[in-house]
Design a protein around this ligand. Structure first.
Ligand code: FE2
Length: 317
């Protein structure tokens, strides 16, 4: 039976999320209009790390997390996904990475009907550590993620109930193909232009690698005591200062990130920098230190207040 244009659009909307429609120049369903901010809830799920053939019960764990999200009351309007969907895609062949992401998306759509917005993580790089793979293949590197989520760029923005969201890609890929945390000039230029046109809307930024973390502070303090240690460029965004320099004068309420698999919240100049714990905890081997497998429940208020609660979902590795 032929699929009607309406149901096909509805299916694609649920599959891809409203931001993807906007990025593709298509009109989202339902219409997301700017206006006075309204209260609503969304879920922030990051670092899911589906293992090979669902090893370490990772497939069941992702399903359990999505069940917990679906059971939230009030129900979230959407899920913001912070990246690292599949573990170590950069070591796989392109074909293996395609299959693994297909498996991930089957688990996803079997367990949630919520719209989703997708952020690119370092584990989402495809075959960049696999020298036998062709870098001209359209799915190499960031291509598979762009293709599957229909994202012309991995930086994009969307509006929801008077709130503005900006998703950035801070996975730098230098000629060595060893990733680092870095915002490209294109990302920063996009952010500046986008913030300038949404100056009044309360805004949430999202990256995979943290812009600000206690890791930076610990390294600073070690250096101050004369201990020679360099900030690992793979843990914290190396040029996050260029982003924070753009925040004053804009209505930024929170910056959400993942990557370190540990929940921390830093208040800096009126902005909450929230690095969420991971859905997978310590790569499905249990909690990372005292941070259990979990996700963020984010409640936004009409007055621009952001309430972030990190919730576990009862997973036992
Ligand atoms: Fe991760």
């Amino acid at each position: 039976m032929a699929t009607s244009p309406y149901s096909r659009r509805r299916f694609l909307h649920q599959l891809l999320g409203a931001g993807t429609w906007a990025a593709a120049g298509l009109r989202p369903l339902p219409a997301q209009t700017a206006g006075s901010p309204e209260p609503f809830r969304f879920a922030f799920l990051t670092d899911l790390h589906l293992m090979e053939e669902g090893a370490l019960r990772s497939a069941e764990g992702i399903a359990a997390c999505l069940a917990a999200v679906e059971n939230l009351r009030p129900r979230p309007d959407f899920i913001l996904v912070g990246g690292d969907l599949v573990n170590l895609s950069r070591d796989l062949t392109i074909t293996e990475a395609e299959k693994r992401l297909t498996f991930f998306l089957k688990i996803w759509h079997d367990h949630t009907s919520l719209p989703a917005h997708w952020v690119f993580g370092n584990h989402d790089l495809v075959a960049t550590n696999n020298t036998g793979q062709s870098i001209t293949d359209p799915h190499w590197g960031k291509g598979l993620f762009r293709d599957r989520f229909q994202l012309p760029h991995l930086y994009y923005s969307f509006d929801h109930k008077g709130w503005h969201f900006v998703v950035l890609d801070d996975i730098g890929l230098p000629p060595s193909h060893q990733y680092n945390g870095e915002l490209s000039t294109e990302n920063l230029a996009y952010l500046r232009a986008d913030l300038d046109t949404h100056r009044n809307a309360p805004t949430i930024l999202c990256t995979h690698i943290p812009i600000l973390s206690n890791i930076s502070m610990a390294i600073h303090m070690l250096q101050a005591t004369g201990i020679q240690v360099n900030a690992p460029r793979t843990l914290v965004c190396a040029n996050g200062g260029e982003l924070t320099a753009d925040l004053p004068g804009h209505n930024i309420r929170a910056v959400l990130s993942g990557h370190i698999h540990y929940y921390e919240k830093i208040e800096s100049n009126g902005v909450s920098f929230i690095n969420s714990g991971a859905v997978c905890g310590d790569y499905w081997k249990g909690p990372l230190l005292d941070c259990h497998e979990g996700f963020g429940v984010v409640d936004l208020a009409a007055d621009g207040n952001v309430q972030f609660e990190y919730r576990t979902y009862g997973w036992k590795a």
